[in-house]
Design a protein around this ligand. Structure first.
Ligand SMILES: [Fe+2]
Ligand SMILES: [Fe+2]
Length: 281
């Protein structure tokens, strides 16, 4: 469980009163705080109505956006808005990109705050993953900036010319693996997916086929490690800078000298789309 230090301190009467407590009183207070947090989380979960696949389907033409639209294409707030919209938040004006954009430039100017990617990479590093897995975690949802639907495939394609086959494999197959528990590494079906896909959702045949393929592949654990470092990488209290991974990016991401979106790989247009997602055609 994540402890919000500020919330905890204020619930105990501030830093000064915490300092006056002895160790036992502090431990009791912490336990009490955690128990209240847990109760609140369970209550929030119970009060939430999870839809069935069929119910989610009826919402499709009640929205002003497609759920699969990329993060750079629709304001995040609108994506959470359950009501038909068109009046929601506006997308921000994007900063101009350098003439020869690097991966770090994309993190700074297009993916920011990228908290989930950065926290996931830090978690992988902390868990002792290899540098390639740390890079895979750092990039695992990068495809979502272009397209949320099938994001593992978009993401893998986006980075394929610049990373090892193994990193692209891990990014591609994490999408399918997320639906399938693996008790051997403590990976459970994500609770959030009941709300996102429907309580009675069964993965599409191509996802099942991708899972079966990856499950029997020699690099299975690479993709699996992306999912285990993915699930827990949402903490609003942690801020991670991309600078923390500059050395790993330098060693494992083949940055084109002309810049991403300015080079001649088969995916350069995908980076260019992110440089200027306001282009009308
Ligand atoms: Fe993902
Ligand atoms: Fe993720």
């Amino acid at each position: 469980m994540n402890i919000n230090q500020k919330e905890l301190a204020s619930s105990l009467g501030g830093e000064a009163s915490i300092k006056r407590m002895d160790h036992e009183a502090r431990a009791d207070a912490l336990e009490d705080h955690m128990s209240k947090q847990l109760d609140a989380a369970v209550a929030a979960r119970r009060s939430k109505v999870d839809h069935t696949v069929c119910e989610l389907e009826t919402l499709v033409d009640k929205r002003g956006y497609r759920r699969g639209a990329g993060k750079l294409m629709v304001h995040e707030f609108n994506m959470r808005d359950p009501e038909p919209n068109g009046t929601g938040s506006k997308v921000p004006r994007l900063a101009p990109m350098p003439a020869k954009p690097t991966l770090v430039d994309f993190f700074v100017h297009r993916f920011d705050p990228a908290a989930h990617l950065l926290q996931s990479a830090r978690l992988a590093k902390k868990n002792g993953a290899s540098e390639e897995i740390v890079l895979a975690c750092l990039l695992h949802d990068a495809g979502q900036y272009l397209m949320r639907a099938e994001h593992g495939y978009w993401g893998a394609q986006l980075i394929e010319p610049y990373v090892s086959e193994r990193v692209a494999f891990a990014v591609k197959y994490h999408q399918a693996l997320r639906f399938y528990p693996d008790p051997s590494v403590g990976y459970e079906y994500p609770e959030a997916y009941y709300g996102m896909f429907g309580v009675d959702y069964v993965p599409a045949p191509h996802i099942k086929a991708a899972y079966d393929y990856a499950r029997n592949h020699k690099w299975y654990m690479d993709a699996r490690l992306v999912t285990t470092n993915d699930l827990y990488a949402f903490d609003p209290n942690i801020e991670v800078s991309v600078d923390e991974f500059a050395d790993i990016i330098g060693r494992h991401f083949k940055q084109p000298t002309e810049g991403l979106g300015r080079d001649t790989t088969p995916v350069t247009h995908m980076w260019r789309t992110m440089i200027n997602p306001d282009a009308p055609l």
